[in-house]
Design a protein around this ligand. Sequence first.
Ligand SMILES: *Cc1c(COP(=O)(O)O)cnc(C)c1O
Length: 388
Amino acid sequence: MTLTTRLQAELGDLAAAGLTRRRRVLASPCGRRVNVDGQALLNFASNDYLGLAGDPELAAALADGARQWGAGSGASHLVSGHLEPHAALEDELAAFTGFARALTFSTGYLANLAVTPALAGRGAAVFADRLNHASLIDAMQLAKANGADIRRYPHLDMAALADQLAASDATTKLIVSDTVFSMDGDLAPLPQLLQLAERFDAWLILDDAHGFGVLGAQGRGSLAHCGLPASERILLMGTLGKAAGVGGAFVAGSATAIEYLLHKGRAYVFTTAAPPAIACALRHSLRRIAAGDELRRQLFANIARLRAGAAGLPWQLAPSTTAIQPLIVGANADAVALATALWQRGLWVPAIRPPTVPAGTARLRLSLSAAHTAEDIDALLAALKELA
Ligand SMILES: *Cc1c(COP(=O)(O)O)cnc(C)c1O
């Protein structure tokens, strides 16, 4: 078999299992309504929780930033790619999240890849929730390659985590968790995680991709939502392509932890800094998030309306209080058929199947946004009732 036929065989296996992926090409900006293949669709598929991705003010900040600072940063942050907008954005993110310092990254995937392997090598142990995001899992595998011990605990199971921590004689311990889980929308028990981190003298690495901008006073994130302070032992990752509507990510922490990451985070050191105009747009986005109580009120009204209206459906919504509202369908084919039928009715809702979620829990992942109106939620509910 040639190299290419081997790949073709594997792609054929995926196709036989009904797992071929295909990308839809949008002919419009991200928003509550999008255009695909000449069809107008109500969009329940994006993570644009505050409706900022297509916001004209943000686009203007990006364009102004490009005019003033050019298209590219030219180098990594440590060489010559760290421009004034990057530095200002870091300071603002640190102040906003309540941490001493922050570092910015081009993507959340990269930010997660930087943190865990920098802190955990030989003699260290990483304790991770079983449902953590793929980027945290890949980061953990890198730490393992560096000699760290890795352990996964059952989803949200604090007793199991405590047992694993107690049984470990690692010199450095890291607890790693999503704050809001990306396929379930549920929240990690942050106060208990912090208590365990304190009791076992561990780092607490938190991925707030779906909490930042959405939860807590002024959208400061999941820690603020739980009333937790910016502890020295916490490193908080937040993504800037979801609620923030632009792209990129940050890691916030103590001055020492961030200084260490700046030296030792390989996914920070060995990559070109994001275009400075992105930082300009993000500085604007941060102001919009902080002033966005009305947007969050609308988002949470949409969540409440969906949950109230879904009570009579034959499928159950997972117990989520966040913008991610999974409708558990069960069988893969049923989830796909339901998503297809919604698509035909002008509603874009992605079906999520194993291995992304456990077998038998294929689901529709409804993503709500402040951009949705009450009528949008009602249209979705009406279509689901019709298809029930
Ligand atoms: C989206 C996401 C990431 C990755 O962030 P990107 O900026 O898209 O690379 C990391 N963690 C979680 C939980 C996410 O949902």
